[in-house]
Write a protein that binds this ligand. Sequence first.
Ligand SMILES: [Fe+2]
Ligand SMILES: [Fe+2]
Length: 375
Amino acid sequence: MSNGPDRDSSNPLPSVPRGPMKLMDDCWMVGHRNPESMLQCNTYVRSFRQFGARRNVCIDPGSQFDYGVVESNISQLIGGMSEIHAMTINHQDPDVAGNAPAVCEASPEVELITTEETWRLLQHALIRPGKLRLSQGAAPATARQPFQFVPTPFCHFRGAMALYDPEQRVLYTGDLFGGLNRLGDVHLLANEDDWNGIAQFHQIYMPSRDVLRFAVKAILKLRPRVEFIAPQHGHVITGDLIDLFLERMHELPVGYDLFESQWDHENLAGYQDAIQRMIDYAENERGDVNVTCRLSEDDASDGLHGQLSFRQGKVRLEREGYTALAKVFARLAEGETDEFVTELRRVTASACDEQGLPIPPAASGFAADAVQEGG
Ligand SMILES: [Fe+2]
Ligand SMILES: [Fe+2]
């Protein structure tokens, strides 16, 4: 991902939160808010009162990139990593579990709560918890184990598991409902505008709409009803946005859905329009000749020449709009200024958004090299 100063310098940035971010009593987000990144990693600490004592649980300890901030925030709250009594891990990705070995080292008695599928892979990172609790599918909360286990298979790992805290009505969902943020804008509580970043993240990392629907149905069945969705990236969702984003998630084509030819065919006209708006912007800024040269080059390895045709000075999209749009974006953006690329991205994203089209990764700011960083 480009972590450079990819933003409009005339717009003042929202302030960057520092320190632990309180969601409610005994519940904090302690991850790093990084204004230079489009992917914030959320780590949570939930402190339970159990049998006259405190039990501090760390939910998804996070990326090694962020260890210093996570450690400092936890120390501020509870006196140190050694006071973590349990740790949960949604799945084995390094942005979720990278700090797990350090937690085990600081707190040797720590109990690790995860799924068998996740643990089978996670143990290869030399994570050695004092105790291990492997979930066996869905399970209710108990006095000793106050999270309800909510399996969310294939969102995005086969063994991914959300955790529901029925006392505070918070559902910790891992990558599910995670989202990208606009550079510099790292607020915690979601607003409706944050849906685009959530949709883009899911279109890249979730395998299919069917698995999202399975998870949405499981979430809707939870009682008491969920009041906070706390994902491992981006924004915490609450209020009316819970129902709205659940509805949208139920309908969102992602992953493999976007490769299906029928779906692509239905949206060809929409992507044609989006590509034309990108071209209009680029021609306005750089002239017709520059744009024609960039798009008509037919010996490039990206295969775009098989998706576009040129007739009477007009570019026509022939097939596979989703991938073609990403390639057009890459060709128009290559070697360009940050200002040009930012505006091209805005034009692209709003053209897709207005027509309800999935926004390809390039237009979200997730250039090819960036995709390797997230998830
Ligand atoms: Fe992940
Ligand atoms: Fe993640």
